[in-house]
Design a protein around this ligand. Structure first.
Ligand SMILES: [Fe+2]
Length: 348
């Protein structure tokens, strides 16, 4: 299975389309649909009944995603094992993480071109989210790093930090971590500690690179000093932590959690831009992110000045307002090459 995947509203799914994610409502139930399965009418009905709103599905070819969804699933399972081991031993295997981080960096460097497609998987279960979130953070951070001109060895450390940035959560009680409600102040203080636990697990594992340690420890710091744990400000937060912070917020926004439903990629990128303009996230790094995923990320449904409706299936680097679209009639058009056609509205 290669390429072109879009994030579709469940109500507009068509039987026969290939699901690019596994949807499982809880661990003790079989999945409603598995990655790679062709959708049946029954599956679509069940998704609707269970309140699932969006699904990544494959449509015909435009551009392969920077990391394929089935690869993300595979990496997620590996991260899950790493977290499981770490919960017992309070340490991680440095080489194992380095291997995963190389896989992400290699895929992204290989697929990094003028035309890109970033596909992220939506999880229905909070614990599964924790693991896929690490993979997504690795992917988004690597993309931002690459767009910002980082070298391969810097990208490797960045991606390394990103895929274990929440490893400290293994020491936060699960009933608090996955509570399907807003946390009280005391509980939130406990959750905040995951950044400190994370850097300790790194030290326990003989991971000494300051870029990795700071990426894990400081990914919740905000440039204006309103973040945690230390409340550090701009000059005090490493490049790695500033990049992971963007990846972390974006992926959290588009994700389904028990206490919030997923935001559309368009709404999420708008929020990221707002946070940069309020001085919370690094403006230049957000600019690099927008340069890669555009203002209308893959999966956004838009209305054109021609009156036609279309879905974003790819982006052209540096052309934030001119994505590659797929029209309702199945035709693909690249707004970066099409004169006169513009997006007038987002329909998500
Ligand atoms: Fe975190």
């Amino acid at each position: 299975m290669t390429g072109p995947v879009v994030w579709k509203k469940v109500e507009s799914l068509v039987p026969g389309e290939i699901s690019m994610e596994t949807v499982r409502l809880s661990d003790d139930q079989p999945p409603i649909v598995r990655i790679g399965q062709s959708l049946t009418e029954d599956m679509v009905e069940t998704l609707k009944e269970k309140g699932v709103r969006y699904l990544w599905v494959q449509i015909s070819s435009v551009k392969p995603p920077v990391v394929k969804p089935e690869k993300i699933e595979q990496l997620k399972e590996e991260i899950k094992d790493i977290f499981g081991d770490a919960a017992e031993k309070l340490r991680v295997d440095r080489r194992e993480i380095a291997n995963l981080s190389h896989e992400i960096v290699n895929d992204i460097v290989k697929n990094y071109s003028d035309k890109l497609s970033l596909i992220l998987l939506i999880q229905q279960n909070d614990e599964e989210y924790t693991y896929v979130h690490e993979v997504h953070a690795g992917m988004i951070s690597t993309l931002i790093g690459l767009e910002s001109g980082l070298k391969i060895n810097q990208l490797s450390r960045l991606s390394f930090a990103a895929i274990i940035h929440d490893i400290g959560k293994i020491l936060v009680p699960k009933d608090i971590l996955y509570a399907p409600r807003r946390l009280n102040e005391k509980e939130f203080e406990l959750v905040k500690k995951h950044v400190e636990y994370g850097s300790r697990i790194c030290e326990n594992s003989d991971i000494r690179d300051p870029e990795i340690i700071s990426g894990v420890r400081d990914h919740h710091e905000k440039l204006d000093g309103t973040g945690y744990l230390k409340g550090s400000k701009k000059g005090e937060i490493s490049l790695e932590a500033r990049i992971i912070a963007i990846a972390d917020v974006y992926d959290a926004l588009i994700s389904n959690r028990s206490y919030k439903s997923s935001w559309s990629p368009y709404r999420a990128i708008s929020e990221i831009i707002k946070m940069a303009s309020f001085g919370k996230l690094d403006r230049e790094l957000v600019q690099a992110f927008v340069s890669v995923v555009g203002l209308y990320p893959v999966g956004t449904t838009v209305l054109l000045n021609s009156g036609e409706k279309a879905i974003v299936v790819g982006n052209t680097r540096g052309r934030a307002t001119q994505p590659i679209l797929r029209l309702d009639n199945g035709e693909n058009i690249d707004l970066a090459e099409e004169k006169g056609l513009t997006i007038v509205q987002v329909l998500d």
